[in-house]
Design a protein around this ligand. Structure first.
Ligand SMILES: Nc1nc2c(ncn2[C@@H]2O[C@H](COP(=O)(O)OP(=O)(O)OP(=O)(O)O)[C@@H](O)[C@H]2O)c(=O)[nH]1
Ligand SMILES: [Zn+2]
Length: 397
């Protein structure tokens, strides 16, 4: 079967009527709304992505998983092939995308193509998108995330990055430099200093990093790899594997909800690494005081200035926004405690961010929580921690 995407994309189907918080599986106007999670699997050439896919597809997990391979280049014959697996049985399908390049051409039609496929084949329980070894996940993630609330049947569950324990340090130190033609802010030669490599981009955007091929390195080498990755991305959970055999697949790789939940403990540990181990990308944590509700406006304005305009507002320097030495932010998460007892969550990839209410913030012991200071964790390039801290303090303090 071939899924054509040449037709004009139909406008998004709006199914929500009045109720913004539709639970997966609930029904509105007799339309079943089942949001299917999509996990993006990225990783450098030869890191073990295909090995991981095969492992996932042969494990018994009771899920009907659609795997979309976005390989192009020398493996032309299998490019754009799509595999459906149920209980180990695999059926090859073909998903024809306009030009095979998921990071640019799939922008709209990719989501539409997947949705149309689901309509014809019945919904999958899960979608895995394996990107080419050179893909920049920061270009792909927003495509599946920003559709939220528009009636999309897909939601981004998380990004998993595989690294080759034996080669990753070399890839980080020696490139090749990332190529992101669509967005020159991320990865072109504008920055002085150490090169931003594709390996950096894949790690900085990851929710989980699988350090594979651990059989090929010593304990010491493994420890250095671990420290380096943690310094780049303090939010990512790390797992060490041989042949991509991730234990407890379901809790470790799938159903992460990495884009709709923000746990207090994940932020707590985000900056535990040595933040200067990598010269290019680092993770910084900004403390945020318990906020009055009215301050959320100011926080939102600060985020817009930082993420959309790449400026760091500083009230202390005569009310003018400081165009800070070039920085770029790849990923951010935060939890803000409000004086009224509720909690605001912050999620972001590149320019896209969202401030949302924590679903269960009224729960807890007797509906009351000890007010604890909030935190924003940023992962990116050229992040001078003290300058960022001062800027956000001046905005919301
Ligand atoms: N020694 C060792 N070899 C591994 C391990 N995992 C995978 N391999 C081998 O490494 C090679 C590359 O693995 P793949 O799974 O094809 O890697 P990939 O990321 O899909 O590669 P591309 O599709 O080329 O980007 C294969 O020959 C695998 O058998 C591991 O843990 N240890
Ligand atoms: Zn592209």
């Amino acid at each position: 079967m071939s899924v054509g995407v040449e037709e004009e994309e139909a406008p998004p189907l709006l199914v929500a009527t009045g109720d913004e918080n539709i639970e997966p599986g609930s029904e509105v106007n007799d339309l079943p709304i089942v949001k299917v999670p999509i996990t993006i699997i990225t990783g450098y050439l030869g890191a073990g992505k295909t090995t991981l896919m095969n492992y996932i597809l042969t494990e018994r997990h009771g899920k009907k998983i659609a795997v979309i391979l976005n390989e192009f280049g020398d493996s032309v014959d299998i490019e754009k092939s799509l595999t459906i697996s149920k209980d180990g049985q695999q059926v090859e399908e073909w998903l024809e995308l306009a030009n095979g390049c998921i990071c640019c051409s799939v922008k709209d039609s990719g989501v539409a193509a997947i949705e149309s496929l689901m309509e014809r084949r019945g919904a999958f329980d899960y979608i895995l998108l394996e990107t080419t070894g050179l893909a920049d996940p920061g270009n792909i993630a927003p495509l599946f995330w920003v559709d939220e609330g528009l009636g999309s049947t897909i939601y981004l569950d998380g990004i998993v990055t595989l690294v080759d324990a034996k080669n990753i340090l070399k890839s980080l130190d020696e490139g090749p430099p990332s190529v992101t033609p669509d967005d020159h802010k991320y990865g072109d030669g504008e920055h002085k200093g150490p090169e931003l490599t594709t390996a950096h981009l894949q790690i900085s955007h990851a929710d989980v990093v699988v350090i594979n091929k651990s059989d090929l390195v010593t304990e010491d080498e493994l420890e250095r790899v671990r420290e380096r990755i943690q310094a780049i991305n303090g939010l990512a959970k790390l797992h060490v594997t041989v042949r991509s055999q991730v234990p407890q697949l379901e809790s470790v790789l799938l159903d992460l909800h990495a884009y709709d939940s923000v746990g207090a403990s994940e932020l707590e540990f985000a900056s535990r690494g040595h933040s200067h181990l990598d010269p290019t990308i680092s993770t910084v944590t900004l403390p945020i005081p318990v906020l009055e509700v009215e301050k959320l406006e100011a926080l939102d304005a600060w985020l817009r200035a930082v993420l959309w305009e790449s400026t760091l507002p500083l009230a202390t320097s005569s009310e003018t926004a400081v165009t800070s030495p070039k920085f770029e932010i790849h990923r951010l998460k935060g939890r803000m405690q409000l004086t009224n007892g509720s909690v605001k969550l912050l999620q972001g990839v590149r320019e896209v961010f969202e401030l949302l209410d924590e679903a269960d913030s009224s729960r807890g012991a007797g509906g009351y929580r000890m007010p604890v200071d909030g935190k924003i964790v940023l992962i990116g390039r050229g992040l001078e921690e003290e300058v960022f801290k001062e800027s956000v303090r001046s905005a919301v303090g």
